[in-house]
Design a protein around this ligand. Structure first.
Ligand SMILES: O=C(CO)COP(=O)(O)O
Length: 214
């Protein structure tokens, strides 16, 4: 595949994956952004203010590694942290940032273990993500998020941004999206497991139902 054809395919994949995330409720409104590393030190990033459900391939921003806009619309305000991670971690080829429900709820809890907000309890979480360090709260788009993520970019594949959302890396777009879905599902399970003590039906109550039939 030529570099141009490859780039076109990356744009199509990004638009399709973003729409799929949106349609399944992983993002709402204009929240979230996605990027992928292209050839020649260039990066594809979603435009600022755009819904992940309604991206157009031609609108996607193409940036150089210094953040200069080469093509497309004005990039995500979080492109600074996307580029900072790519610079620090050559194994990262795609990044998904979401304000997905369960991970964002988790990010708002006080007293999280900042080294790892989700302790392993399922094998796929371990295999896909492993751990989830927490980055302190900074205003969305602020350079401090980029600085913190750059410092920690080699420590983990995914990071929880306190009171904000999640940042997940992958070896390509599909891997980044799969990692994100696994992580969101793990956070959902975590909340379900934390459900207050269940009051089970007593044997008498169950038998009463059985004896009555339907
Ligand atoms: O998720 C977001 C901020 O964290 C959305 O910002 P952008 O619209 O600039 O990508």
């Amino acid at each position: 595949m030529t570099a141009l054809a490859h780039e076109k395919q990356q744009k199509i994949d990004l638009v399709n994956l973003a729409r799929s995330l949106f349609e399944r409720g992983y993002s709402v409104g204009g929240a979230g952004n996605i990027s992928v590393r292209l050839d020649n030190n260039r990066f594809l990033v979603t435009p600022t203010g755009s819904s992940l459900g309604r991206l157009q391939a031609d609108d996607l921003s193409v940036l150089d590694s210094d953040g200069n806009l080469l093509e497309g619309k004005k990039p995500s305000k979080e492109s600074v942290f996307h580029l900072a991670i790519y610079k620090r971690n050559p194994a990262c080829h795609a990044i998904v940032h979401l304000h997905s429900t369960y991970l964002t709820a988790l990010s708002c809890l006080a007293g999280l273990d900042t080294e790892n907000a989700i302790k392993a309890f399922t094998p796929y979480y371990v295999m896909r993500v492993g751990k989830l360090p927490v980055i302190p709260y900074y205003r969305p788009g602020s350079p401090e998020i980029a600085r913190e993520l750059s410092e920690r970019a080699l420590d983990a594949k995914a990071f929880l941004l306190a009171n904000h959302g999640v940042v997940v890396c992958g070896s390509d777009l599909f891997d980044a999206v799969d990692n994100t879905e696994e992580l969101e599902e793990t956070a959902k399970l975590m909340f379900l497991l934390q459900t207050q003590k269940v009051r089970y039906l007593t044997d008498d109550e169950v038998n009463d139902l059985k004896n009555r039939g339907k």
